[in-house]
Design a protein around this ligand. Structure first.
Ligand code: ADP
Ligand code: MG
Length: 239
């Protein structure tokens, strides 16, 4: 299970700045939903609200029908992957992946097994003792992925996880993330401003502009039947 319901979410950063405007959205269990839109449209803010890193001005967030709006971030069964990896520089890859489980007091044996599995899933089994500074950008992003995988969350939240990688690595990682999605069957909510990435990875696409949903549908529907000039222009324009 891993369905997210967004009910009337509003976010104001000040009296004059409304970043999310009464959003209503159902993210289906087991979908790979891509939140697509131009820079500044509110994608990260929505993801951070779902993760509990930001409080909505009003509205509710539900996970599998349960209201989690006031639940601590660590208690939500979600894992977030950030654009800038957010790894601890003084820890090895293995320690970075293990850290969240230690905090949750998962027993040592189980921890070791889960960390090994997670690192193996991203093909980093042989890099476990390296620190972030000794790794490439692609390897660091895979450590960040492993850190999310090890939690076995209901939902993976990914905020432009590939935007710091070069084009070749970005392609490889797209394939890797799509593989993990098919393998796990969990829900993925993936933020990007890149139409090509969205169309190639998503089962569902949600197009956001200026804090409002412009259209939602399958890649095919969005591509062949844009509902307004914004979507037509955004999808039609080169990445
Ligand atoms: P996106 O991820 O789609 O690029 P964001 O959600 O980061 O967009 O930001 C949406 C808007 O909210 C932007 O105009 C941004 O400047 C503003 N914003 C984001 N975070 C804050 C904040 N903590 N305080 C004030 N304004 C913010
Ligand atoms: Mg963003």
């Amino acid at each position: 299970m891993g369905a997210i319901t967004i009910q009337h979410i509003v976010k104001n950063f000040s009296r004059d700045i409304q970043v999310l405007k009464d959003l209503e959205l159902q993210i289906e269990d087991g979908s790979f939903t891509v939140l697509l839109g131009p820079s500044g449209c509110g994608k990260s803010t929505l993801l951070r609200i779902i993760a509990g890193l930001e409080t909505p001005t009003s509205g509710r967030v539900l996970l599998d029908g349960q209201d989690i709006t006031d639940t601590e971030p660590g208690q939500r069964q979600l894992a977030m992957v950030f654009q800038n990896y957010a790894l601890y520089p003084h820890m090895t890859a293995e320690q970075n992946v293990e850290y969240g489980l230690k905090i949750k007091k998962v027993p040592k044996e189980e921890r070791r097994r889960r960390v090994q599995d997670a690192l193996a899933m991203v093909e980093l089994g042989d890099q476990a003792q390296k620190r972030p500074a000794q790794m490439s950008g692609g390897q660091r992003q895979r450590v960040a992925l492993a850190r999310a995988l090890v939690k076995s969350p209901k939902v993976f939240l990914m905020d432009e996880p590939l935007s710091n990688l070069d084009a070749k690595l970005r392609n490889q990682m797209r394939v890797k993330i799509s593989q993990l999605y098919r393998q796990l069957g969990s829900t993925f909510l993936y933020v990007t401003h890149d139409q090509v990435e969205a169309m190639s990875m998503g089962t569902d696409i949600v197009i956001l502009n200026q804090g409002k949903i412009m259209q939602r549908g399958t890649p095919q529907q969005i591509y062949t039947d844009p509902q307004n000039t914004f979507v037509a222009g955004f999808i039609g324009s080169p990445p």
